[in-house]
Design a protein around this ligand. Structure first.
Ligand SMILES: Nc1nc2c(ncn2[C@@H]2O[C@H](COP(=O)(O)OP(=O)(O)O)[C@@H](O)[C@H]2O)c(=O)[nH]1
Ligand SMILES: [Mg+2]
Length: 274
């Protein structure tokens, strides 16, 4: 028997949605950061095993630019096509979760509430009152406390997700893990390092475009352009004597090599573009 389904991962920024997607798929598809707004578009990750194919959709987190239920509706317009919703929360509940919940009440889809980052509960006694608070909030299909960094917790989550996946034939070839092109994934891995090393002056609008991936030799050559909106941002990214851009390059290179399972040469160029 084969099973196929679509699962959407929603929640406030920084609760660990992208971390959970990456752990479920066992690949780094979605960029992760403790800084807000790092996932800019929906990212699709396709999970495969002998019987199951699950399309996971990682969404940009709900943050301060969301003020009402219509904003939420716009962000999650694909929710009607999914079989299951994963609402991720961290160790506390905010007005954003309240807004998302108001929306979920209208949509009426099977929803698992995932309490992530339970490792942050120093005192386990605090988890129980939080669980009972959440239990009263909505008729969740199930409430699952996890730490996304623990393999076992993610496996338990995956087993629970299986219960909501309907019978169906796989829609994608099993070597496909994402609908994003490799160029896009690599550009996200590079952008992740820019986000990582630039603090307050971080240009969230920075775009990265991978121009080519040359796989003809044993070491792949990859060329990417980082687009900045201001000349001053270019200077910041380069850093003193090129210190920062070298650091971005070396960390991005490592991540890309792990992702592609191959040695690479990475050439980064910074361009100014309005
Ligand atoms: N302590 C702890 N941190 C976590 C856990 N899961 C994710 N994080 C961290 O939380 C931050 C935000 O994660 P991310 O996946 O980018 O969140 P998103 O904005 O919801 O996609 C990152 O620094 C992660 O490393 C967890 O279970 N425990
Ligand atoms: Mg994210």
């Amino acid at each position: 028997m084969n099973y196929y389904g679509i699962v959407i991962i929603i929640g406030r920024v920084n609760v660990g949605k992208s971390t959970i997607l990456n752990k479920l798929i066992k690949k780094k598809l979605s960029i992760i950061s403790h800084k807000i707004c790092t996932t800019q578009t929906n990212i699709i990750g396709i999970y495969n095993n002998d019987n199951y194919q699950i399309m996971f959709i990682d969404t940009p987190g709900i943050n301060t630019n969301v003020t009402n239920i219509n904003d939420i509706r716009k962000q999650y317009n694909i929710i009607h096509t999914v079989d299951l919703v994963l609402l991720i929360v961290s160790n506390y509940w905010t007005k954003y979760e309240e807004l998302i919940l108001d929306y979920l009440k209208q949509v009426n889809k099977s929803t698992l509430l995932i309490i992530n980052k339970i490792d942050l509960f120093n005192n386990k006694n605090n988890l129980l009152p939080y669980l009972s608070f959440l239990n009263k909030k909505y008729n969740f299909s199930s409430i699952i406390p996890i730490c996304a960094k623990r393999k076992n917790d993610v496996n338990i989550l995956l087993k629970t997700i299986y219960n909501y996946i309907p019978c169906g034939e796989p829609k994608f070839p099993n070597y496909m893990i994402t609908n994003q092109s490799y160029k896009f994934i690599l550009s996200e891995l590079i952008r992740e390092k820019i986000v990582k090393f630039l603090n307050k002056e971080l240009p969230y609008t920075t775009k990265v475009e991978v121009i080519y991936i040359n796989e003809s030799k044993s070491i792949y050559n990859i060329f990417a352009i980082i687009y900045v909106k201001k000349i001053s941002q270019k200077k910041i990214i380069i850093g003193n004597n090129g210190y920062l851009i070298k650091k971005i390059n070396s960390y991005a290179k490592k991540s890309i090599e792990i992702f592609l399972n191959n040695k690479i040469n990475l050439i980064l160029s910074i361009k100014f573009k309005h």
